[in-house]
Design a protein around this ligand. Structure first.
Ligand code: PEP
Ligand code: MN
Length: 284
C-alpha cells in the first residue's frame, strides 16, 4: 500500500471530496491580505483579560504590522476545571467580546476569536471577523455543520489527536454547508509521555510534517500555531521559522505585555519584541 492509497480510497468512496477539489477557491481576506496568496500573521493574548489590556495589545500589534488580533473570550482549558474552583469562568465571555470590538475600533485589526458551541454562533458573529474552532471542538459536528452555513471564515484548529483524513473530513463538514472560507490551524498533537518528552511540562509535540502532508492533497490554507505546539516561549521563534520554511500560509502566535503574567498559557506567550522577530520572517 502506498502511503496515500488510504486517502485515495476515501476520495474514491466520495468521503473526501470538496477539500481535494482544486477548482474550489478557499482563499479569504484577512485585513488587507488574501490568505493563500500572501502570508498572514495573527497575534494576541491567549485570553482577553481586560478592556485596556486588549486595546493596548491591539495598538502595539498594529504598529508591528500584524494582520489580525486573536484573543479568547470563551476559553476552554485542557484540564476541565470545575466552575466552583477559584471562580474560574473560562474567559470574560460576552464582556470579552465587547472588549475585542473596542480593540478593533481603535486598531482597525480584524478579530479572530473562539466559538465553543453552536448556540453561541449568532452572538460571536456580532464581534468576530473569523470564527476560531478550538482543538476540543475539532469533531463537534453540530458546530461544524452550523459554521458551514455562515459566511464568515473559519480557523479550524486540529484536534490534538486528528489524523490527515480526519482533518480533511472535518473541513468537508464545513464545506458541505456552503462555506469554503476555511483555514486549517495546526497546533501540536499528543506526543510522548511527558517524562520522555523534552521537559516533563511539555504538553504537545509540533506537528510540522502535517504541513507538506496536507499540501499534497488540498489547497485549503494552513496556519501554524507555534505557541500551543511548543508550549514554551523560547521555542516559538525556531518553530515559526520551521513552519515558514515549510511554506505555511500564516502563523497565529500568542503574545502578551507581560508574558509570564498571562492569565492562561503563561509559559508560551512571547513579548512584543520577540513578535517583531517573527514578523521579520514575513519579509522576504
Ligand atoms: C487558543 O488558541 O488559545 C486555544 C485554546 O487553542 P487550542 O484550541 O488549540 O487549545
Ligand atoms: Mn492559548
Amino acid at each position: 500500500m502506498t502511503k496515500n492509497e488510504y486517502i485515495e480510497s476515501l476520495i474514491k468512496a466520495d468521503k473526501i471530496k470538496h477539500t481535494v477539489d482544486k477548482s474550489i477557491n478557499f482563499q479569504f481576506q484577512i485585513g488587507s491580505k488574501t490568505l493563500g496568496e500572501e502570508k498572514v500573521l495573527i497575534a494576541g493574548p491567549c485570553s482577553v483579560e481586560s478592556k485596556d489590556m486588549i486595546i493596548d495589545v491591539s495598538l502595539k500589534l498594529k504598529e508591528i504590522g500584524v494582520d489580525a488580533l486573536r484573543g479568547g473570550a470563551y476559553k476552554p482549558c485542557t484540564y476541565p476545571v470545575r466552575k466552583s474552583v477559584n471562580g474560574w469562568k473560562e474567559g470574560l465571555q460576552k464582556e470579552g467580546l465587547e472588549y475585542l470590538l473596542n480593540a478593533k475600533d481603535k486598531s482597525g485589526l480584524p478579530i479572530v476569536t473562539e466559538v465553543m458551541d453552536a448556540s453561541k454562533i449568532n452572538l460571536v458573529s456580532e464581534y468576530a471577523d473569523i470564527f476560531q474552532v478550538g482543538t476540543r471542538n475539532f469533531q463537534n459536528y453540530t458546530l461544524l455543520d452550523e459554521l458551514g452555513k455562515q459566511d464568515k471564515p473559519i480557523l479550524l484548529k486540529r484536534g490534538t489527536w486528528g489524523t490527515l483524513d480526519e482533518i480533511l473530513g472535518a473541513c468537508e463538514r464545513i464545506i458541505e454547508g456552503g462555506n469554503t472560507k476555511i483555514a486549517i490551524c495546526l497546533r501540536g498533537v499528543v506526543g510522548m509521555p511527558s517524562y520522555r518528552h523534552i521537559f516533563p511540562s511539555t504538553r504537545w509535540a509540533p506537528d510540522l510534517m502535517m504541513i507538506p502532508a496536507l499540501k499534497e492533497f488540498t489547497n485549503i490554507p494552513i496556519i501554524y500555531d507555534p505557541s500551543h505546539a511548543t508550549g514554551y516561549r523560547n521555542f516559538v521563534l525556531p518553530i515559526s521559522k520551521a513552519a515558514m520554511a515549510l511554506n505555511v500560509d500564516g502563523l497565529i502566535v500568542e503574545c502578551h505585555p507581560k508574558p509570564e503574567k498571562s492569565i492562561s498559557d503563561p509559559d508560551q506567550a512571547i513579548t512584543f519584541n520577540n513578535l517583531k522577530k517573527i514578523k521579520e520572517l514575513f519579509k522576504n
